[in-house]
Design a protein around this ligand. Structure first.
Ligand SMILES: NC(=O)c1ccc[n+]([C@@H]2O[C@H](COP(=O)([O-])OP(=O)(O)OC[C@H]3O[C@@H](n4cnc5c(N)ncnc54)[C@H](OP(=O)(O)O)[C@@H]3O)[C@@H](O)[C@H]2O)c1
Length: 221
């Protein structure tokens, strides 16, 4: 990787962490994790999606590039700390996990991370991360049940395909989407085919000077 590419990746990684992973200050508290999901096999573990998309609904370009995320976020703190403080574990799709690994700095220290995958094993996890990261294989309900049995309370579910699997299983409680005002026409979509309609209730929308518009939805089922 050239110095330029490394710098770009680092820049995007920082931007990603400071923009995507932030949470609107209007989103915290207020019953955020407290609605009834479609199926209720898990009574205490809450699940949130927190993600940035293009205006046309993509989370990455077809090849995985996040270059479209670059824009001036100014002084805005979209509630990043509040969101990160609120979660105690993450479910990260294998492709997103590999992307984050490529960023260099591990951004989820102090949080338990599970990586659902049929291709990876725990041997693929860098040794220095193994205490807090594990590869798992199972359906979404079983993954959440295992987390809940270990006492976790609030999971961040991340990665387009992974989010879609959890949505289809009726296992997402809250969705926060930060929309960047750009159309890219093609890429990896946040949403996909579902078995039936999923109704959501709109909780709040906040627009920022940067042009980012952040909306919180609660999944009704
Ligand atoms: N814009 C944003 O805020 C944002 C956020 C996150 C990610 N991204 C981008 O989105 C892209 C990745 O998303 P993606 O939709 O391609 O993939 P993804 O959801 O990150 O990963 C999908 C993979 O996760 C594994 N997986 C998920 N659920 C599973 C289950 N229940 N059991 C077994 N394996 C399971 C499978 O891995 P195997 O193939 O190994 O079985 C599957 O191929 C990356 O480019 C990333 O940078 C953007």
């Amino acid at each position: 990787m050239t110095n330029l590419e490394q710098a770009l990746v680092t820049h995007v990684a920082r931007y990603w962490m400071s923009t995507i992973l932030r949470h609107s200050r209007h989103v915290g508290n207020g019953g955020l994790w407290s609605h009834t999901r479609r199926y209720t096999p898990h009574m205490t573990l809450q699940t949130s999606v927190y993600i940035a998309t293009t205006l046309d609904g993509f989370i990455a370009r077809a090849g995985g590039s996040l270059d479209w995320l670059e824009h001036d976020s100014g002084e805005a703190d979209y509630g990043f700390n509040a969101f990160m403080t609120s979660i105690d574990c993450l479910v990260i799709g294998r492709i997103t996990f590999e992307k984050v690994l490529g960023f260099g700095d591990w951004p989820y220290s102090g949080k338990h991370v599970i990586v659902p995958s049929t291709n990876l094993s725990n041997n693929d996890i860098p040794e220095e991360l193994r205490a807090g990261v594990e590869v798992v294989n199972g359906n979404p309900a079983d993954l959440l049940a295992a987390l809940e049995a270990r006492g976790f309370k609030h999971a961040w579910v991340d990665g387009g395909d992974t989010i879609q699997r959890f949505l289809r299983a009726g296992l997402i409680d809250e969705i926060t989407i930060s929309r960047i005002p750009i159309l890219i026409g093609n890429g990896i979509p946040l949403f996909g085919v579902i078995d039936g309609d999923i109704r959501l209730s709109h909780v709040s929308t906040t627009s920022f000077d940067s042009g980012l518009v952040q909306s919180l939805y609660r999944v009704c089922g």
